[in-house]
Design a protein around this ligand. Structure first.
Ligand code: SF4
Length: 209
C-alpha cells in the first residue's frame, strides 16, 4: 500500500501526522516539491487515489497514541478528495476529539465545487493554511500556474469563507526559490492581515519541507 499517512523523519512517535490524500492539484507551482523528488523522508508519495477510508485508518493506527495534530498535506490538493477528507475528519472527531485538524490548501475549493466548501467543514477542521504565494493575480499566475480561471481571487475568497465560520486561517508565501520572482512580502502580509489571517513567510529549502 502506498503512502497515505506519514510523519517527518518517519518518526513513529510524532505529534504531527500528515495525510497524503491525492496527487491531483489545480496548481503547478514552480517551487512544488513534487517537481524535485518523489518521496518525503524516503516515503514514496505518488499514488493513483485508489484507496478506501479504512486504508487511511489502518496507516494512521500506529500514530494514534502520540498524534496531537493531523495535517492534510502531501503531494496534491487535499480538497480534491473532500468527501474522503470529510470522512476521515469525522473518524478523528469521534475517536480522538482532542486532535487538532489542519488543511494545507491552495484555496481553490470553492471555485472548483462552485459552492462554499468551507461551510461543509465547519466543526471538522480547526485551521487552514492557504498558499497565498503572490501579492497580485499576474504574479500568482506566473508562480502557481493555476489550471482554473480567476484562481487568485478564488483563493482569497476561500480564505475569507474559512475565517467567516471561525476556522483559523494562515496564509503563506514561499520566498527564495529563484531570483526572478521578487515577491512583495509586505504587501502579501497586508493582504493576509486584511482577511484576519496569520501570515507566514516560508523560506524555500531545496528538497526540504
Ligand atoms: S498547490 Fe501545493 S501541491 Fe499544488 S502544485 Fe502548488 S505546491 Fe504543489
Amino acid at each position: 500500500m502506498y503512502t497515505l499517512v506519514y510523519t517527518i523523519n518517519n518518526d513513529d512517535n510524532a505529534e504531527i501526522v500528515y495525510i497524503n490524500l491525492t496527487n491531483a492539484c489545480t496548481n503547478a507551482c514552480i517551487f512544488c516539491l513534487r517537481t524535485q523528488k518523489d518521496d518525503v523522508c524516503g516515503r514514496e508519495m505518488w499514488h493513483d487515489d485508489n484507496y478506501e477510508l479504512e486504508d487511511i485508518i489502518e496507516q494512521f493506527n500506529k500514530y494514534e497514541k502520540t498524534a496531537k495534530e493531523v495535517v492534510f498535506c502531501g503531494y496534491g490538493e487535499p480538497f480534491l478528495r473532500k468527501e474522503m477528507m470529510k470522512s476521515f475528519c469525522k473518524y478523528l472527531r469521534k475517536n480522538f476529539p482532542y486532535i487538532r485538524i489542519r488543511v494545507n490548501t491552495n484555496g481553490h475549493a470553492n471555485a472548483i465545487y462552485r459552492t462554499n466548501v468551507a461551510l461543509e467543514f465547519k466543526g471538522l477542521i480547526d485551521s487552514v493554511s492557504v498558499s497565498l504565494n503572490a501579492s497580485d493575480e499576474d504574479q500568482y499566475d506566473e508562480i502557481c500556474k493555476p489550471k482554473i480561471k480567476n484562481a487568485y481571487d478564488a483563493m482569497l475568497d476561500f480564505a475569507k469563507s474559512c475565517k467567516a465560520i471561525g476556522i483559523d486561517v494562515s496564509m503563506s508565501v514561499v520566498t527564495g526559490f529563484d531570483k526572478i520572482h521578487n515577491i512583495d512580502v509586505k504587501k502579501c502580509e497586508d493582504i493576509a492581515t486584511s482577511i484576519g489571517a496569520n501570515f507566514r513567510n516560508r523560506e524555500f529549502i531545496t528538497n526540504g519541507y
